[in-house]
Design a binder for this molecule. Structure first.
Ligand code: BG6
Ligand code: MG
Length: 232
Protein backbone atom coordinates (compact mmCIF):
# COMPACT_ATOMS: atom_id res chain seq x y z
CA UNK A 1 0.00 0.00 0.00
CA UNK A 2 1.19 3.53 -0.80
CA UNK A 3 2.18 5.35 2.33
CA UNK A 4 -0.42 7.90 3.36
CA UNK A 5 -1.13 9.78 6.56
CA UNK A 6 -4.19 11.40 8.06
CA UNK A 7 -4.65 14.84 9.57
CA UNK A 8 -7.74 15.28 11.69
CA UNK A 9 -9.36 18.57 12.56
CA UNK A 10 -10.59 18.49 16.17
CA UNK A 11 -13.68 20.63 16.74
CA UNK A 12 -16.61 19.15 14.79
CA UNK A 13 -14.69 16.08 13.60
CA UNK A 14 -13.42 14.36 16.76
CA UNK A 15 -15.65 16.13 19.30
CA UNK A 16 -18.68 18.42 19.05
CA UNK A 17 -17.19 21.44 20.80
CA UNK A 18 -18.85 23.82 18.31
CA UNK A 19 -21.88 23.87 20.62
CA UNK A 20 -19.71 25.12 23.51
CA UNK A 21 -18.00 27.75 21.34
CA UNK A 22 -21.50 28.84 20.29
CA UNK A 23 -22.72 29.18 23.88
CA UNK A 24 -19.67 31.19 24.92
CA UNK A 25 -19.88 33.54 21.89
CA UNK A 26 -23.64 33.88 22.39
CA UNK A 27 -23.20 34.92 26.04
CA UNK A 28 -20.79 37.57 24.82
CA UNK A 29 -23.16 38.83 22.12
CA UNK A 30 -25.97 38.95 24.71
CA UNK A 31 -23.76 41.09 26.96
CA UNK A 32 -22.94 43.36 24.01
CA UNK A 33 -26.67 43.59 23.12
CA UNK A 34 -27.06 41.89 19.72
CA UNK A 35 -28.42 38.62 18.40
CA UNK A 36 -25.99 35.83 17.55
CA UNK A 37 -27.51 32.80 15.82
CA UNK A 38 -26.35 29.26 14.95
CA UNK A 39 -26.12 30.44 11.32
CA UNK A 40 -23.70 33.17 12.40
CA UNK A 41 -21.76 30.50 14.30
CA UNK A 42 -21.02 28.63 11.04
CA UNK A 43 -18.78 31.56 10.06
CA UNK A 44 -16.62 31.02 13.14
CA UNK A 45 -15.98 27.33 12.55
CA UNK A 46 -12.35 26.54 11.86
CA UNK A 47 -11.15 30.11 12.30
CA UNK A 48 -8.91 31.28 15.14
CA UNK A 49 -10.20 32.76 18.38
CA UNK A 50 -8.99 36.27 17.48
CA UNK A 51 -10.53 36.12 14.00
CA UNK A 52 -13.77 34.74 15.48
CA UNK A 53 -14.06 37.82 17.69
CA UNK A 54 -13.51 40.12 14.70
CA UNK A 55 -16.28 38.33 12.77
CA UNK A 56 -18.59 38.45 15.79
CA UNK A 57 -18.03 42.19 16.30
CA UNK A 58 -18.72 42.79 12.60
CA UNK A 59 -22.02 40.92 12.94
CA UNK A 60 -22.99 43.19 15.86
CA UNK A 61 -21.53 46.22 14.09
CA UNK A 62 -19.52 47.00 17.20
CA UNK A 63 -16.11 48.69 17.47
CA UNK A 64 -13.97 48.08 20.54
CA UNK A 65 -10.50 49.12 21.72
CA UNK A 66 -7.66 46.58 21.50
CA UNK A 67 -7.59 46.46 25.30
CA UNK A 68 -11.28 45.60 25.52
CA UNK A 69 -10.90 42.95 22.80
CA UNK A 70 -8.10 41.26 24.79
CA UNK A 71 -10.27 41.33 27.90
CA UNK A 72 -13.17 39.77 26.00
CA UNK A 73 -10.98 37.04 24.47
CA UNK A 74 -9.88 36.00 27.95
CA UNK A 75 -13.41 35.92 29.38
CA UNK A 76 -14.80 34.08 26.32
CA UNK A 77 -12.16 31.39 26.76
CA UNK A 78 -12.86 31.10 30.49
CA UNK A 79 -16.55 30.61 29.71
CA UNK A 80 -15.67 28.01 27.01
CA UNK A 81 -13.31 26.20 29.41
CA UNK A 82 -16.09 25.88 31.98
CA UNK A 83 -17.76 23.48 29.49
CA UNK A 84 -14.56 21.81 28.27
CA UNK A 85 -13.34 20.86 31.73
CA UNK A 86 -16.52 18.79 32.19
CA UNK A 87 -15.95 16.79 28.98
CA UNK A 88 -15.28 13.05 28.96
CA UNK A 89 -14.85 10.21 26.43
CA UNK A 90 -18.64 10.02 25.99
CA UNK A 91 -18.35 13.23 23.94
CA UNK A 92 -16.21 11.65 21.23
CA UNK A 93 -18.26 11.85 18.02
CA UNK A 94 -19.71 8.66 16.45
CA UNK A 95 -17.30 6.66 14.32
CA UNK A 96 -14.10 8.30 15.62
CA UNK A 97 -12.82 5.48 17.81
CA UNK A 98 -13.66 2.83 15.18
CA UNK A 99 -11.83 4.84 12.48
CA UNK A 100 -8.74 5.26 14.66
CA UNK A 101 -8.80 1.50 15.32
CA UNK A 102 -9.00 0.88 11.55
CA UNK A 103 -6.07 3.22 10.89
CA UNK A 104 -4.02 1.53 13.61
CA UNK A 105 -4.84 -1.84 12.04
CA UNK A 106 -3.73 -0.62 8.60
CA UNK A 107 -0.57 0.98 10.04
CA UNK A 108 -1.63 4.47 8.88
CA UNK A 109 -0.40 7.24 11.15
CA UNK A 110 -2.42 10.29 12.12
CA UNK A 111 -1.88 13.71 13.64
CA UNK A 112 -4.16 16.53 14.76
CA UNK A 113 -4.38 19.79 12.76
CA UNK A 114 -6.55 22.23 14.71
CA UNK A 115 -6.93 25.99 15.08
CA UNK A 116 -7.70 25.58 18.76
CA UNK A 117 -5.32 26.59 21.52
CA UNK A 118 -7.23 24.19 23.77
CA UNK A 119 -6.63 21.11 21.59
CA UNK A 120 -4.28 19.25 23.95
CA UNK A 121 -6.59 19.79 26.91
CA UNK A 122 -9.63 18.55 24.95
CA UNK A 123 -7.84 15.43 23.64
CA UNK A 124 -6.69 14.62 27.17
CA UNK A 125 -10.21 15.10 28.53
CA UNK A 126 -11.63 12.56 26.06
CA UNK A 127 -8.66 10.18 26.51
CA UNK A 128 -7.47 10.38 22.88
CA UNK A 129 -4.28 12.37 23.37
CA UNK A 130 -1.96 9.36 23.48
CA UNK A 131 -3.26 7.97 20.19
CA UNK A 132 -2.01 10.83 17.98
CA UNK A 133 1.63 10.82 16.93
CA UNK A 134 1.63 14.61 16.87
CA UNK A 135 -0.45 17.70 17.54
CA UNK A 136 -0.45 20.89 15.45
CA UNK A 137 -2.73 23.44 17.07
CA UNK A 138 -3.41 27.14 17.50
CA UNK A 139 -0.27 27.46 19.63
CA UNK A 140 2.03 26.23 16.88
CA UNK A 141 0.87 28.18 13.82
CA UNK A 142 1.19 31.81 12.78
CA UNK A 143 -1.40 31.76 10.01
CA UNK A 144 -4.95 30.56 10.62
CA UNK A 145 -7.00 28.35 8.25
CA UNK A 146 -7.73 28.80 5.31
CA UNK A 147 -3.95 29.23 5.20
CA UNK A 148 -2.45 25.74 4.74
CA UNK A 149 0.27 26.22 7.42
CA UNK A 150 -1.41 24.00 10.05
CA UNK A 151 -1.69 21.06 7.64
CA UNK A 152 1.77 21.52 6.10
CA UNK A 153 3.21 21.26 9.62
CA UNK A 154 1.08 18.14 10.09
CA UNK A 155 2.60 16.61 6.94
CA UNK A 156 6.08 17.29 8.35
CA UNK A 157 5.15 15.48 11.56
CA UNK A 158 3.93 12.54 9.48
CA UNK A 159 7.16 12.77 7.44
CA UNK A 160 5.06 12.70 4.26
CA UNK A 161 4.66 14.91 1.22
CA UNK A 162 1.45 17.01 1.37
CA UNK A 163 -0.12 15.09 -1.53
CA UNK A 164 0.17 11.90 0.54
CA UNK A 165 -1.94 13.40 3.34
CA UNK A 166 -5.70 13.12 3.81
CA UNK A 167 -7.49 15.79 5.84
CA UNK A 168 -10.79 15.34 7.69
CA UNK A 169 -12.50 18.71 8.16
CA UNK A 170 -15.93 20.08 9.11
CA UNK A 171 -15.28 23.76 8.32
CA UNK A 172 -15.18 25.66 5.04
CA UNK A 173 -11.93 27.37 6.08
CA UNK A 174 -10.43 23.96 6.89
CA UNK A 175 -11.38 22.39 3.55
CA UNK A 176 -9.88 25.40 1.79
CA UNK A 177 -6.70 25.03 3.84
CA UNK A 178 -6.42 21.33 2.93
CA UNK A 179 -6.97 22.09 -0.76
CA UNK A 180 -4.39 24.89 -0.63
CA UNK A 181 -1.93 22.40 0.88
CA UNK A 182 -2.61 20.06 -2.08
CA UNK A 183 -3.95 17.39 0.25
CA UNK A 184 -7.03 15.22 -0.22
CA UNK A 185 -9.85 17.01 1.60
CA UNK A 186 -12.68 15.07 3.19
CA UNK A 187 -15.63 17.21 4.28
CA UNK A 188 -17.49 15.96 7.36
CA UNK A 189 -20.96 17.43 7.74
CA UNK A 190 -23.22 19.26 5.32
CA UNK A 191 -22.25 18.44 1.72
CA UNK A 192 -23.50 21.74 0.32
CA UNK A 193 -21.60 23.81 2.87
CA UNK A 194 -18.44 21.78 2.24
CA UNK A 195 -18.83 21.46 -1.55
CA UNK A 196 -15.16 22.33 -2.10
CA UNK A 197 -14.07 19.04 -0.46
CA UNK A 198 -12.81 16.16 -2.62
CA UNK A 199 -15.13 13.76 -0.78
CA UNK A 200 -18.08 14.34 1.54
CA UNK A 201 -19.51 12.32 4.40
CA UNK A 202 -22.11 13.05 7.05
CA UNK A 203 -19.92 11.76 9.87
CA UNK A 204 -17.06 9.36 10.50
CA UNK A 205 -19.36 6.31 10.84
CA UNK A 206 -19.58 6.45 7.02
CA UNK A 207 -15.83 5.98 6.51
CA UNK A 208 -15.07 2.35 5.73
CA UNK A 209 -11.79 0.52 5.85
CA UNK A 210 -12.11 -0.06 2.07
CA UNK A 211 -12.46 3.68 1.44
CA UNK A 212 -9.26 4.36 3.41
CA UNK A 213 -7.46 1.63 1.44
CA UNK A 214 -8.69 3.15 -1.86
CA UNK A 215 -7.49 6.59 -0.83
CA UNK A 216 -4.06 5.16 -0.20
CA UNK A 217 -3.84 4.17 -3.86
CA UNK A 218 -4.50 7.69 -5.18
CA UNK A 219 -1.29 8.94 -6.71
CA UNK A 220 -2.04 12.61 -6.65
CA UNK A 221 -4.96 14.87 -6.00
CA UNK A 222 -5.29 16.05 -9.61
CA UNK A 223 -5.81 12.51 -10.96
CA UNK A 224 -8.26 11.70 -8.22
CA UNK A 225 -10.33 14.79 -9.02
CA UNK A 226 -10.59 13.68 -12.66
CA UNK A 227 -11.72 10.23 -11.49
CA UNK A 228 -14.30 11.81 -9.23
CA UNK A 229 -15.81 13.79 -12.11
CA UNK A 230 -15.86 10.70 -14.34
CA UNK A 231 -17.71 8.76 -11.66
CA UNK A 232 -20.52 11.32 -11.44
C1 BG6 B 1 -11.43 25.79 15.86
C2 BG6 B 1 -12.91 26.03 15.99
O1 BG6 B 1 -11.16 24.44 15.87
O2 BG6 B 1 -10.73 26.43 16.93
C3 BG6 B 1 -13.19 27.52 16.07
O3 BG6 B 1 -13.58 25.47 14.90
C4 BG6 B 1 -12.40 28.13 17.20
O4 BG6 B 1 -14.58 27.72 16.24
C5 BG6 B 1 -10.91 27.83 17.03
O5 BG6 B 1 -12.59 29.54 17.24
C6 BG6 B 1 -10.06 28.37 18.17
O6 BG6 B 1 -10.35 27.65 19.34
P1 BG6 B 1 -9.84 28.02 20.78
O7 BG6 B 1 -10.10 26.78 21.59
O8 BG6 B 1 -8.39 28.34 20.68
O9 BG6 B 1 -10.63 29.20 21.23
MG1 MG C 1 -13.61 21.97 12.94
Amino acid sequence: MNKTGIIFDLDGVIVDTAKYHFLAWKHLADDLGFEFTETHNELLKGVSRVRSLEILLDIGNIKLSEEKKQEILISKNEDYLSYITKMGPEEILPGVTALLDTLDGLGIQYVLGSASKNATLILKKVNLFERFIGIVDGNSVFKAKPDPEVFLLGAKMLKLKPEKCIVFEDAIAGVEAANAANMISIGIGDKQTLHKADFNFKDLTEISSDFIKELSTIKEKKEQKVEKIENK
